[in-house]
Design a protein around this ligand. Structure first.
Ligand code: ROI
Length: 160
């Protein structure tokens, strides 16, 4: 049985739009996985230190038979393949970030993986792309995407 998984994509280094396009191709090529659809691309003001370039963000919907930690390993391999290095600075710039936002109906609280993604509700660059592809979405904890959007103005975001 496959599960619908939502992935947040972000980049603010080394041609962010090209990074996201390459990442979408890599997601589509994952084993036991289909890329169902993806959102528009959005330019977004950085959350965190302001002395870094704007980001490009998008959200992808996958259907996968991979288990969560297997998918996480695969996403981290894609990040590393696209030049991601983990730096000391928290919330600093990055060539590619792939976050598991939602994994079917699962609620996960593991050292490596918390799902739904902890900051989901506060991030316009996650919620608005998500609304592009799943406007009717209800989270496994009962919250509706429409409610979360009401608490998260479309600020610092530009649809490309
Ligand atoms: N800010 C924006 N706008 N987009 C991101 O994807 C993003 N990712 C991050 C931090 C550094 C928190 N800021 C971001 O990890």
């Amino acid at each position: 049985m496959s599960e619908r998984v939502y992935i947040g994509l972000g980049s603010n280094l080394a041609d962010p739009l090209a990074q996201l396009r390459q990442a979408l191709a890599a997601l589509a090529a994952l084993p036991a996985t289909q890329l169902h659809r993806h959102s528009a691309f959005y330019a977004s003001d950085p959350l965190g230190p302001a002395d870094q370039p704007r980001y490009v963000n998008a959200v992808a919907a996958l259907d996968t038979r991979l288990e969560p930690l297997v998918l996480l390993d695969a996403l981290q391999a894609i990040e590393q393949g696209q030049g991601r290095t983990r730096k000391a600075e928290r919330w600093g710039p990055r060539t590619l970030d792939l976050d598991i936002l939602l994994f079917g109906e699962r609620l996960l609280d593991e050292p490596r993986l918390i799902v739904p993604h902890y900051h989901l509700q506060a991030r316009p660059f996650v919620l608005y792309p998500l609304a592009d592809i799943a406007p009717e979405l209800q989270l496994p904890d009962g919250r509706r995407l429409t409610e979360l959007l009401q608490g998260c103005p479309f600020v610092g975001l530009e649809r490309l």
